[in-house]
Design a protein around this ligand. Structure first.
Ligand code: DC
Length: 227
């Protein structure tokens, strides 16, 4: 095992481009990318399929010991498995987005997922994106970034993404903006490990920046060994 793993933390609100940027950086550095949001989404999908509201802690807690969420990188693309089933596409609906935010409020869910994320970071060189990677999952990561963008721009990107995938076609720009703001609120006001910009995270505002420009900024700092 190597002495020092490359661990890069990227946090920020929904739709800021974290995953796209992280994927690009991972490819450039030949390291793995872990999209932690996919794990919350898989957990939410499990609850929704059972008719359980993801925010209902009493109903969700008994599911935890019976749930296995794993990831695998195939040709640089993350596949997310819920109890062995590849749910990578199923977890991208607006209903699951909201469910993931709601289920992420439950501390026991966060503790379980953070444990496997820390294991992953111990075993691999990784760039991990989420909400609290720099503050809670990998507080000692040598590289931390906070990627954000205006709510209007994030809603616009979400609309394009849904249109490309042919899902959520009933959504308007305004309804997506509202959903994004509601999710920001849930993610940043939860009591346990909320979305936060830690003081040692480099701020990257992608409102007027392409994903490749943002990735270049991350790479520049990592290659220079800047923190
Ligand atoms: O990054 P994303 O949009 O796929 O995340 C979906 C939701 O999952 C997000 O609104 C809150 C939750 N989440 C979280 O609580 N912690 C993370 N590290 C990643 C996601």
């Amino acid at each position: 095992m190597k002495e020092q793993r490359i661990n890069i933390a990227i946090d920020g609100p929904a739709g800021a481009g974290k995953s796209t940027v992280a994927r690009m950086v991972a490819e450039e550095l030949s390291i793995l990318h872990l999209d932690t949001g996919a794990m919350y989404r898989a957990m939410a999908l499990k609850a929704l399929r059972l008719g359980i509201s993801p925010g209902d802690a009493t109903a969700v807690l008994p599911l935890l010991p019976k749930t296995e969420i794993t990831v695998e990188s195939i040709d640089g693309v993350q596949h997310t498995y819920l109890d062995g089933e590849d749910v990578s596409t199923l977890i991208r609906t607006p209903e699951v987005s909201k469910g993931a935010s709601d289920i992420g409020v439950i501390p026991e869910v966060r503790i379980k997922l953070a444990e496997s994320q820390r294991e992953f970071a111990k075993e691999h060189d990784v760039i991990m994106d989420g909400r609290e990677i720099g503050s809670f999952v990998l507080p000692d990561a040598p590289y931390k970034f906070y990627v954000t963008a205006s709510a209007d721009e994030r809603a616009r990107r979400r609309l394009l993404e849904l249109q490309e995938k042919g899902i959520g076609m009933d959504k308007t720009l305004e309804s997506l903006r509202e959903e994004i703001l509601a999710r920001d609120h849930t993610d940043s006001t939860r009591a346990f490990a909320p979305l936060v910009r830690v003081p040692d995270a480099v701020l990257i505002d992608t409102t007027n920046m392409s994903a490749s420009e943002a990735a270049a900024e991350v790479l520049h700092r990592v290659n220079k060994g800047e923190r």
